[in-house]
Every structure is written in C-alpha cells, then in structure tokens.
Design a protein around this ligand. Structure first.
Ligand SMILES: Nc1ncnc2c1ncn2[C@@H]1O[C@H](COP(=O)(O)OP(=O)(O)O)[C@@H](O)[C@H]1O
Ligand SMILES: [Mg+2]
Length: 307
C-alpha cells in the first residue's frame, strides 16, 4: 500500500509493432494536480484510456486508490470523473437538459448535482441556450461539468484546455485549481502545451513516444531549468565564499572545482567578475544562461516545436 491515487507499473500498449505506451510508471499523489505533458501522438490519450479500463494494456498494471483497476472496476470508477472524448451531448437540448439526461442514466440525484456542477464551471443553470448554439469553450465547460457531476475524488481530464480562447483557458485553469485546492480533488490532466501545464500542475510527467522521460514536481523542474550565471574560474570554493560574504547570496551551485552556477541573476555580473579577480581568481568565462522549461522540454523530447 502507498499514498498514490494513481500508480502504473510498466504499463504498455502495443498496436501492431508500435508501442504507443512503453513501460510507463507514473505516480499521482493525493490532492495534487499532475500534468501529463507530451506532443501529439506521445501516448497521453492511450494512457488515460488504460487508467479508466477503456482500453486493455498489452502488459503492465494500473492501480487506482491502491487497487488494481482490472479487478475492481466497479468499485473504482464511481469515484473517478473523466473527460477523454467529447461526450455525446444532444445538440437540440440545453446544457441543463443534457446533464439531466446523463444524471438519470447514471443514477445521480439530479437537482443539486446539476446546479453545483454548472456553477463550478461557470455555466448558467436552466439557461435557454441550446447545446448547438454553445461556443467551443461552453461545450468544453459542459463536458467538465459532466465529469464532476457525481462529485468524484479523482478527475482524469484529457486536454481539457484544447480549443479554448485565452479567457476561457484562464477560467478553466482557475476552476481546475479550485477543484484541487478547495475541494481536495486529485487531478490528472494532459496537454501538449507546456505553458498550460506549468501554470497549473504541481507535478509533471513528460511523455514522448510512449516513454516517460521525467517525473518531477514543477518546482524541481523549474529549479533545474531556471536562469543562471555560469562562471568558469580557478577556484570555486573561494568564489562561493565571495558570493556569500560580498554579495550575500547562497543561491548558487558548485558544479566542480572550476564551474559554479549562480541563480541570483539580478546580481551585477560585472561587479562579481571584478570582485573575483581582485581576490586573485582567474575567470575564464562568465555568461548568463537562460535554459527555460520550454528549452528543457524541447531538449528532452528531442525536437523543436511543441505547440
Ligand atoms: N486504436 C489505435 N490503433 C492503432 N494505433 C493507435 C490507436 N490509438 C492510438 N494509436 C497510436 O498510438 C500513438 C499514441 O496516440 P495517443 O495516445 O492518442 O497520443 P496523444 O494523446 O499523446 O496525442 C499514436 O501514434 C497513435 O497513432
Ligand atoms: Mg490525445
């Protein structure tokens, strides 16, 4: 037993000769937002379908709430809300009417559940507007309302921000964040857009060609990939002492005897160089490095564009 809400063990899905998901081990912690990040075709949807037992893995296992999904589907799935593919809403009914039909099918007590879930996603209750007249953003909100209507503990949302305009994106982000912070839900969300994930997720898994390349907290990822000044000089322990005593900084990392990375990029680089040299250090190089998270994502996925 452990505290993971979702854990996969060597989860693999093979279509023909191609592995769409390969030995995937992800760990989603309770009460956090986990962002599964990867380009189109990376294996995000396939992974989520296996988590929900909609697709059978070729090998490997899925544990949700500590239990194997294959043997406990009936007990687990009522505690999970998901948005994988667009639900089949009726175009000639209103949003409220659509949710009423789904609530009936699923045996969910109607009135409050519908009202609350619409409120949560910012759609009006008993509005006259038909689903066919909804904007893409409204359709997406209604899909999420449907996913949360039965008040699940875990939400699995496949690219929920796809196709929204910038205001819609900000709003959806806010209510997803609230679902986690205010209501204590655990949320797994996928995206192919790094900026979306980095604004929302607590933990990030980077998937490429079905392989999980990284799994870390956003904080750890950002620390690894922030701006820094790289000094190549003759004695890093002395340089460290100067940074601490003269520039009052502890925010640096000694890489080896010659290389030191200073993360306080607001400190004056030329004054630091001067001080190093006045103290007898030889500085062969100093430059500002701006490895952003985006650069990093491109680097680990081995390509350029991510949008
Ligand atoms: N039913 C299927 N049959 C064959 N190949 C599939 C099937 N579903 C997905 N794939 C392939 O698996 C890979 C991963 O797809 P998918 O999980 O949809 O990626 P993502 O959601 O990250 O864009 C893709 O190469 C896709 O073509
Ligand atoms: Mg997908």
């Amino acid at each position: 037993m452990n505290d993971y809400v979702i854990e996969t063990k060597n989860l693999t899905k093979q279509y023909g000769t191609q592995k769409s998901v390969a030995d995937l081990n992800i760990h989603v912690k309770k009460g956090r937002i986990y962002g599964l990040l990867g380009r189109n075709g990376a294996g995000k949807t396939t992974t989520m379908k296996m988590l929900l037992n909609l697709t059978q893995p070729t090998s490997g296992e899925v544990f949700i709430f500590g239990k194997n999904i294959r043997k406990n589907e009936k007990r687990i799935l009522p505690r999970v809300g998901s948005l994988i593919e667009a639900p089949g809403f009726y175009p000639n009914l209103t949003g409220t009417e659509n949710l009423r039909i789904f609530a009936e099918l699923r045996g969910i007590p109607k009135l409050d559940a519908i009202k609350n879930s619409l409120k949560l996603v910012g759609l009006p209750y008993r509005d006259k507007k038909l689903f066919s007249e909804y904007s893409l953003g409204m359709k997406q909100r209604l899909s999420i309302a449907l996913a949360v209507m039965h008040d699940p503990e875990l939400l699995i949302l496949d690219e929920p921000i796809n196709g929204l305009d910038p205001i819609g994106i900000a709003e959806v982000r806010t209510f997803i964040r609230d679902l986690c912070d205010v209501r204590g839900k655990t949320i797994l969300i996928s995206s192919h857009i790094l900026s979306e994930i980095s604004l929302l997720a607590d933990d990030i898994g980077i998937i490429d060609h079905g392989v999980l390349l990284e799994e870390e907290s956003l904080q750890e990822l950002e620390n690894k990939n922030s701006k820094y000044i790289h000094f190549d000089l003759s004695d890093t322990s002395q340089a460290a002492r100067i940074l601490e005593s003269v520039f009052k900084s502890k925010n640096f990392r000694v890489v080896d005897d010659h290389n030191i990375l200073l993360y306080d990029t607001n400190l004056p680089q030329s004054a630091i160089n001067r001080s190093f040299m006045q103290n007898g250090l030889e500085v062969s190089e100093s430059h500002l490095c701006e490895d952003t998270l985006e650069d990093y994502f491109k680097k680990v996925t081995g390509g350029a564009g991510i949008a």
